[in-house]
Design a protein around this ligand. Structure first.
Ligand code: C5P
Length: 353
């Protein structure tokens, strides 16, 4: 899809600079990528409702684009969402991108400067509620864009010292456990809630076919289902299978060889995701039948990530699974991708894939 410029960007700004001159609206765009968990080990429930994780994240080429556009005082601040399944995304203040912008606005306010009102425009390329951190990527892109907007660009606040990396990390992790990884990108080991990150060496590019399911799955419900299954295990009603260590995975990542990576993929949330959405079993089987090297539920699901030999193989696998009717939609992507970053006026929305 081609990005549409928002109408207010062309309208003159009523606001005037401190010198009394009228000026162009400040507008900043950033992108952040979705992720796949190559390894997701989940420990027992903590008292704060979270679980300690041992997660190896890799960012994927699917991405979210967030644009902040200054609105004149008196104009309404709005949020618009375009792209994949845009209608499923809330546009009120519960949206994580809004919350990221508000956290940065709070810093500006606390520093005693005027907080310029903005509208937020999101262009989605990551499946909604798919276990690929689409909402977290919105928050990461909005955070990067808002820091640039207020601390480097807007004349009312660009004299303020920008928040440190630590401050930005604290904001990101307060927004959600996956947001810090969406800011960092690449390949990383995440511990704690998944927000304590260390970059990991990885060679080459991996190629994936993705089977999405438009029904989505709720992340808290999938974690709760895992707790329930573990409770059943403790009563001897089912085996307690948990992801082991990541030594083989780390070696495979350095080799860049998908055949070596395939047997190391593991996700403790896969069994609970399947029990909440049993049709995932058929999707995983269809992926294997279609020749994927490995197939795994991504994060809390329901997206199924199918590891392939190369980009062409990924298209073949995606097409076969799609023809079998085992997914709402299929697409392909590669990994790893990069960090959340600013766009200098370049439109990247047409390269979602
Ligand atoms: O941090 P975020 O809002 O993305 O997490 C959503 C939910 O996922 C949490 O409320 C919690 O139920 C579950 N979660 C968890 N342990 C983690 C990350 C998320 O239990 N490390």
């Amino acid at each position: 899809m081609t990005e549409e410029q928002t109408p207010e960007e062309h309208a003159p700004l009523n606001g005037r600079s401190s010198t009394g001159e009228s000026r162009e609206r400040v507008s900043v765009t950033a992108v952040a990528h979705g992720k796949i968990n190559l390894h997701l080990g989940v420990s027992d429930l903590r008292e704060d409702g979270y679980h300690d994780l041992h997660s190896v994240f890799q960012s994927v080429s699917l991405k979210e684009q967030v644009r902040l556009v200054e609105v004149a005082s008196g104009e309404e601040e709005t949020m618009t969402v375009a792209g994949h399944d845009a209608h499923l995304v809330p546009t009120d203040r519960s949206n994580l991108a809004w919350r990221a912008v508000e956290a940065v606005q709070q810093l500006v306010f606390d520093a005693g400067a005027e907080v310029a009102p903005v509208s937020v425009h999101i262009d989605k390329g990551v499946p909604v509620a798919g276990g690929m951190a689409g909402g977290s990527a919105d928050a990461a892109a909005a955070l990067v864009a808002a820091v640039e907007f207020y601390f480097h660009r807007h004349p009312a606040s660009n004299h303020l010292p920008a928040p440190s990396q630590q401050q930005q990390h604290a904001i990101a992790s307060g927004l959600g456990a996956d947001v810090p990884f969406c800011v960092l990108g690449g390949t990383a080991l995440g511990v704690g809630r998944g927000d304590e990150l260390a970059s990991v060496m990885a060679g080459g590019q991996f190629h994936w076919a993705l089977a999405t399911d438009k029904r989505g799955l709720s992340t808290p419900k999938v974690f709760a289902q895992l707790d329930k299954q573990r409770e059943q295990s403790s009563q001897g009603m089912r085996p307690d299978v948990r992801a082991g260590d990541t030594a083989e995975l780390m070696r495979a990542l350095i080799s860049g060889d998908p055949e070596q990576l395939a047997p190391t993929l593991i996700n403790d949330l896969q069994a609970p995701a399947i029990s909440l959405m049993p049709s995932l079993r058929a999707t995983l089987l269809a992926a294997k039948k279609a020749g994927a090297l490995a197939a795994i539920v991504s994060g809390s699901g329901p997206t199924v990530a199918m590891l392939c030999r190369d980009a062409e193989h990924a298209v073949d696998v995606a097409t076969t699974v799609s023809v079998e009717g085992k997914a709402s939609a299929t697409t392909t992507c590669s990994s790893p991708a990069g960090a959340a970053r600013l766009l200098d006026g370049h439109d990247e929305t047409s390269s979602h894939s």
